[in-house]
Design a protein around this ligand. Structure first.
Ligand SMILES: NC(=O)c1ccc[n+]([C@@H]2O[C@H](COP(=O)([O-])OP(=O)(O)OC[C@H]3O[C@@H](n4cnc5c(N)ncnc54)[C@H](OP(=O)(O)O)[C@@H]3O)[C@@H](O)[C@H]2O)c1
Length: 351
């Protein structure tokens, strides 16, 4: 019997994010894996031989036997989830978009390009309208849509209700980012065990520029960046999964503790209401315990798609401070792209 699901491909299928795609797509009600591609190191090998699965769920048997194909658009399905390093994405993703594919990308290569939507469906799904300006879309029907950097996404989900209700004047954020955020094999164990590395290349710049675009306003064919001042300090820590962030904000309008809490807990998950299967019922879960959220206990909330917030309290420098935790390879990567693809389908961009 023919499947009624939409066939999808994964570019960079053998990496940390590619493996998450395999896991999240395994029982997906709308999409099914039809094509896998990676570098010439993996090309021509069965997936199970090309990569050792480093997740807690078993590798699906039909995927284990699928051949890893060259990263070329010929014969690829029309929906491509891309999990490539930025330098490679910059070269390959346009080839797929020009060939008529919807490229749902994780990489930073095109996030800041003015006609490329940078989207978190709970926050700025309306920015998908930028697709109409893309040359690829006009010429072949293909396009590129991106999700943000894994540390920007948790922060922006938590800031969005505050920005909407009170306006944000300035943000000071310090991250404690998991090792899985560096891909595989990532940071050498001798560098990270018992250590904190106070540097992640280009991460602070990405957080600052992406946060402004995500919370910006769509104005015709471009996004006007949000005007707040922001500084980010990014650190790599010896945690497997889950980026924790200490955030201070100054608001444009005064707000008390209860009003901020109500904004956070009342934040609606629009994609959940639209029926997107990967959307968590709660985009934000507020944790009232004094010492939470913590990655060990809270990272898998909402199947890894819910952003945990806690420790809301006054800040002696800005107005308020709190802690944010989000799963970097699910909410911050494969799950984010999957949710973007679901929103694209709901909005008619996959027809
Ligand atoms: N890890 C995270 O938490 C996270 C979060 C958000 C965004 N991202 C972004 O997602 C992207 C992928 O990250 P990752 O952590 O999954 O990286 P990774 O583990 O290093 O995986 C990279 C993938 O790209 C493939 N690849 C490398 N060179 C290629 C080439 N020339 N042609 C085709 N495929 C090639 C690799 O294939 P081989 O196995 O054959 O080498 C592998 O499948 C990056 O842009 C990253 O910044 C990652």
């Amino acid at each position: 019997m023919m499947s009624s699901k939409i066939p999808v491909g994964i570019l960079g299928a053998t990496g940390v994010v590619g493996q998450r795609f395999i896991q999240l797509l395994e029982a997906h009600p709308w999409f099914e894996i039809a094509w896998l591609a990676a570098s010439d190191r993996s090309e021509g090998k069965p997936y199970g031989e090309a990569t050792g699965l480093r997740l807690k769920t078993p590798m699906p048997t039909h995927v284990r036997d699928m051949m890893v194909l060259p990263a070329l658009p010929d014969g690829a399905p029309k929906v491509i989830f891309a999990a490539l390093d930025a330098a490679i994405a910059r070269e390959l993703e346009p080839q797929f978009a020009a060939a008529g594919c919807a490229v749902v990308s994780n990489s930073s290569a095109f996030r800041m390009q003015p006609d490329v939507p940078l989207v978190i469906p709970e926050v700025n799904g309306d920015h998908l309208k930028l697709l109409e300006c893309q040359t690829w879309r006009k010429q072949s029907g293909g396009y590129i849509v991106t999700n943000p950097n894994c540390s920007a996404i948790g922060l922006v989900v938590a800031l969005a209700p505050l920005h909407r209700q009170f306006g944000i004047d300035s943000i000071f954020v310090t991250t404690m980012q998991a090792v899985s955020g560096a891909g595989y094999p990532g940071v050498a164990s001798l560098d990270i065990l018992g250590n904190v590395i106070p540097y992640i290349a280009k991460e602070e710049e990405k957080m600052e520029e992406e946060t402004r675009k995500l919370l910006g306003t769509l104005n015709g064919g471009s996004v006007v960046d949000a005007a707040f001042r922001m500084t980010a300090h990014c650190n790599r820590v010896a945690v497997e999964d889950g980026h924790t962030e200490s955030v201070s904000v100054k608001l444009n309008q005064p707000a008390n503790h209860d009003a901020i809490l109500a904004a956070l807990t009342g934040f609606k998950s629009v994609p959940h209401e639209l029926g997107c299967p990967s959307a968590p019922e709660q985009a934000i879960a507020y944790d009232f315990a004094a010492d939470r959220p913590q990655p060990r206990f809270d990272v898998d909330r909402g199947e890894g798609m819910t952003v945990s917030v806690g420790r809301l309290r006054p800040c002696g420098v800005l107005d308020w401070k709190f802690t944010v935790l989000s799963h970097n390879t699910i909410r911050g990567a494969a799950g984010a792209a999957l949710l973007n693809a679901e929103l694209l389908k709901v909005q008619g961009y996959l027809s």
